[in-house]
Design a protein around this ligand. Structure first.
Ligand code: SAM
Ligand code: GLN
Length: 291
């Protein structure tokens, strides 16, 4: 008999460890399958077919390493070193925000609004891992994007992910505060900015509060809406006539965000829901420019 556990026993131990952390059963099953798949290279069906095969020594060491990190409540995506966002597989490193499926709505809406236009010059504010820009470049073969982030780690990870997904030739990257480096004459600006009010820190899951970068999470101003206030004033100068914005916002921020844009004379202000049915994205056309 091998000194190492069988795939089946290793998975059961992992499942009970994950459930002990308070992770709900179906999510624990999903995580255990992904972790086993990462260390063995086997998809779920193969894991079941080979359930009596013992782990190799190397596999056992990697499993222990990943399980130990996950037990510290490190997000699974950092433990595995990758995640998926729409059609992209993205390398994930600690220090850079993990893309959420809610954000797919930003990509879907921006794609619909720009796909029939002749000119598709887009900027993304706050690229993080590159999720939005890379997904947009995959959807829009004629688009060119300038990605901006204040975090050097985010810019480097976006560059790596854009290379790995074959879209780096249409992505320019700028390190800096968006207010200082945003290009001119854009057709569209997209962003999932930091928007969580700082006072909500204690209500965040430990995976988020202890591991994700503060710069990516917390918005300026007590209500977290500082970004939208600055953006509504500054962005029009950077957009062409009829240029538009597609921006994500947080829970219960729809009425306030929409008011900020209406008050600054943005046109066609519309709120859209994410895949869970919650208001999550605003689209708006920039104010009419005086000649
Ligand atoms: N777009 C990615 C996504 O959806 O997964 C990341 C979004 S994350 C919520 C926000 C990003 O904005 C972070 O990467 C953060 O570093 C960046 N950021 C925060 N303040 C910024 C600023 N003033 N200028 C440029 N980027 C900024
Ligand atoms: N959706 C993230 C969360 O709730 C927050 C992202 C953001 O501030 N843009 O953890």
């Amino acid at each position: 008999m091998s000194e190492f556990p069988s795939l089946k026993n290793a998975k059961q131990k992992l499942l009970s460890d994950l459930k002990e952390l308070g992770i709900e059963t179906s999510e624990a099953e999903r995580e255990a399958t992904l972790i086993l798949s990462e260390i063995t290279g086997l998809a779920l069906a193969q894991q079941i077919l080979q359930e009596t095969r013992p782990l190799t020594g190397d596999e056992a060491i990697r499993l222990k390493d990943i399980a130990n990190r996950r037990k510290q409540r490190m997000p699974l995506q950092y433990c595995l070193g990758y995640t998926h966002f729409m059609k992209a597989k993205l390398t994930m490193t600690q220090g850079v925000f993990i893309p959420r499926s809610d954000t797919e709505a930003v990509v879907v809406l921006a794609t619909e609004l720009i796909q029939n236009k002749d000119s598709q010059l887009i900027a993304e504010i706050g690229t993080g891992s590159g999720a939005i820009s890379i997904a947009l470049l995959q959807e829009l073969p004629k688009a060119n994007i300038t990605g901006i982030d204040l975090s050097p780690a985010a810019i480097e990870l976006t560059r790596l992910n854009a290379m790995q997904n074959g879209v780096i030739d249409r992505l320019a990257l700028l390190l800096g505060n968006w207010q200082e480096v945003l290009p001119m004459a854009l057709d569209a600006i997209v962003s999932n900015p930091p928007y969580i009010p700082r006072h909500k820190r204690d209500s965040l899951a430990p995976e988020v509060a202890n591991f994700e970068p503060e710069l990516a999470l917390f918005g300026d101003d007590p209500d977290g809406l500082g970004f939208y206030r600055s953006f509504a004033k500054i962005a029009p100068q950077h957009l062409k006539n009829d240029g538009f914005a597609v921006l994500e916002f947080g829970d219960e921020q729809d009425a306030q965000v929409s008011l900020i844009f209406r008050k600054s004379d943005w046109r066609n202000v519309q709120i859209h829901k994410d895949m869970t049915g919650l208001p999550r994205v605003i689209t708006a056309t920039c104010p009419i420019k005086s000649a």
